[in-house]
Ligand binder design. Sequence first.
Ligand code: 2AM
Ligand code: CA
Ligand code: CA
Ligand code: CA
Length: 268
Amino acid sequence: MEAEQKHALFIQAKEWTIEAGERIKERVQQPFKVNTKRDRKDLVTEVDEDTEKFFAEKIRNTYPDHQVLGEEGFGDDVTSLDGMVWIIDPIDGTMNFVHQKRNFAISVAIYQDGEGIIGLIYNVMTGDLYSAKKGEGAYKNKDLLPKLDRTRKLEDCLIGINQFWAVPNRRLDETGVHQLIRKVRGTRSYGSAALEFAFVAEGIMDGYITMRLAPWDIAAGVIIVQEVGGMATRADGKPLDMLRENTVITCNPAVHKEIIDNYLILKD
Ligand code: 2AM
Ligand code: CA
Ligand code: CA
Ligand code: CA
């Protein structure tokens, strides 16, 4: 895609993302319906659904040949990444949206023939927009984010992990992760995969490891992290698959191999 065309698409995606954020902000303090999906902890609200509908409608009207892959099912039944595909999480961190009314994000990515070309992560309540166009660097608002520090030592790292590592895990040996927790300087858990990717890109966290994330949780984050020289792979180091769930590690390149080789021990 021509740079000019890519820029026009970026401006459009950014405009819709900010407009969607304004709509969410108007509703965050009002009552809204909360339902559950897979289990009692897996929440969805009418604001999640309306936000995804907002994007799906805009994209269909403006770019009828583009596909939409969204968490709440108002997009298309996407089975291939051929052509232009928007991968959207209307609210990433729904539990934070419901309980905290902050610490959630809109995640919008555009993939062309399987390659991520545009990524946007909008921290709605702070107004911080993380964005990237492939090959053109990543930004926080108007500021170009510096490349990650390649001399970072694992013992100086701040790593994002969640509560699942406190109990036995089917896929990864939890004791390996416990060793990692002992090794690093600290851990954090923000409850929004998209924001954790953005924080890795910003360099305020050095890594984030989590199980079974869907494409919409990571699609924009991967593009933004890679633009600052960061890594984003499956827990076994293999490339991510944007059509299925992945157990994910994103981190500073200086510690990627060390974490995978020494601490992420796959059970199967
Ligand atoms: P969501 O808020 O869009 O559902 C929370 O730990 C992070 O994991 C959020 O980014 C959340 O995205 C994501 N996540 C993925 N699958 C989930 C699930 N089944 N239940 C809750 N959070 C999930
Ligand atoms: Ca969800
Ligand atoms: Ca999500
Ligand atoms: Ca979501």
